[in-house]
Design a binder for this molecule. Structure first.
Ligand SMILES: NC(=O)c1ccc[n+]([C@@H]2O[C@H](COP(=O)([O-])OP(=O)(O)OC[C@H]3O[C@@H](n4cnc5c(N)ncnc54)[C@H](OP(=O)(O)O)[C@@H]3O)[C@@H](O)[C@H]2O)c1
Length: 322
């Protein structure tokens, strides 16, 4: 089965999510698309990608030449603790369906999305692209982590057996507009945005889960989208690449709380509930490989990106995913 030749026809799975919406904005509003290219953004309403027949049908319909593969079951620490099995099974099925079907349809390139939270729990720091399989992941998210690691196994096997150059990016924590802001199930930064918004609105205290000492690197979804397009067009390795701010820009969860409190001008009390888990204490990642390819790339300053995200959430409160 042949993909269309000539200019790119890019299928973006997970096109309705945090990263998918950012890529759509860069493609449509920042001139990210080139003449003659076609970009198709999918949501789960177009196809349930855990289902092989639906995956096949959507490839048959669009005949992509390139795939940006974002679709996944995604969530924060507290959802992982409750739904480890679902993370494993759904993500394994989605990833196998996409990579296998793309190969069958002769897709030239697939860029999948891993995460720095899939790296070994016991490791030396900083972590880099060569260390993904060097030991078990943190038990809190092992289902998700192993399913993501298998994408790398799949990519290497496709290269070995068929010469395919499918690859993956490895982002750190992502945030921005169109995120999932659920207080129970979201990642730390969007959950804190929602909590702070509510605390300010209701004149209550802001209660943070955990002690705030955990260290994290954050990337703004729009910066990630710009880099994702570069990977799709220019990066030719099968080996994955970490897309992250530098090690020196790693910050504590408390720093995140402070930035959100400042963005919302929240003046009430902030309480840290230390009976709740902090998750992995750190997962410092090296962006040396990215810097060697893209020494010119400038990340949006963290506080500015947080402010833009808080403003977006406040303006879209009624329709945001909560
Ligand atoms: N957010 C982070 O901090 C982070 C960090 C590292 C890596 N990542 C990775 O980045 C990628 C994008 O994540 P995100 O944060 O943008 O996630 P998100 O906002 O939760 O979006 C998930 C996307 O996947 C789609 N999807 C979920 N299940 C599906 C299914 N069974 N069939 C078809 N589509 C399905 C969703 O469609 P609907 O909108 O229709 O539900 C949505 O478009 C994921 O691979 C994730 O693992 C995220």
């Amino acid at each position: 089965m042949e993909g269309k030749t000539g200019s790119m026809r890019v299928l973006v799975t997970g096109g309705s999510g945090l990263v998918g919406k950012a890529i759509e904005r860069v493609v449509k509003e920042e001139g990210g698309a080139r003449e003659g290219e076609e970009w198709i953004f999918l949501s789960s309403k177009d196809a349930d990608l855990t289902n092989a027949a639906e995956t096949w049908a959507i490839f048959e319909k669009h005949r992509p030449t390139h795939v940006i593969h974002l679709a996944a079951m995604v969530g924060g620490l507290f959802l992982h603790l409750r739904k480890n099995l679902d993370f494993w099974r759904k993500n394994m099925a989605i990833n196998d369906n996409i990579l296998h079907t793309a190969h069958e349809f002769n897709v030239v390139k697939v860029v999948s999305c891993l995460s720095t939270c899939i790296f070994p729990d016991k490791t030396t720091y900083p972590i880099d692209e060569t260390m993904i399989h060097n030991g078990p992941p943190h038990t809190s998210n092992s289902g998700y982590a192993y399913a993501k690691r298998m994408v790398d196994v799949h990519n290497r096997a496709l290269f070995q057996q068929h010469g395919r150059r499918y690859t993956a990016i490895i982002p750190t924590n992502i945030f921005g507009p169109h995120d999932n802001y659920s207080i129970e199930d979201a990642h730390v930064l969007p959950a804190l945005i929602h909590k702070t918004y509510v605390a300010k609105r209701d004149g209550t205290a802001l209660e943070v889960w955990g002690s705030g000492i955990g260290l994290r690197q954050f990337i703004y979804s729009l910066d990630l989208a710009r880099l994702y397009l570069w990977v799709l067009r220019e990066y030719n390795e099968v080996d994955p690449i970490i897309l992250s701010v530098g090690e020196d820009e790693e910050i504590t969860v408390k720093d995140v709380v402070d930035a959100i409190v400042e963005a919302f001008e929240f003046t009430g009390p902030v309480i840290y509930d230390t009976s709740k888990s902090d998750g992995q204490l750190k997962k410092t990642a090296s962006n040396a490989k990215l810097c060697s390819y893209r020494p010119d790339f400038t990340f949006t300053p963290f506080k500015q990106a947080v402010k833009e995200t808080c403003d977006w959430f406040a303006a879209n409160y009624d329709n945001a995913r909560k």
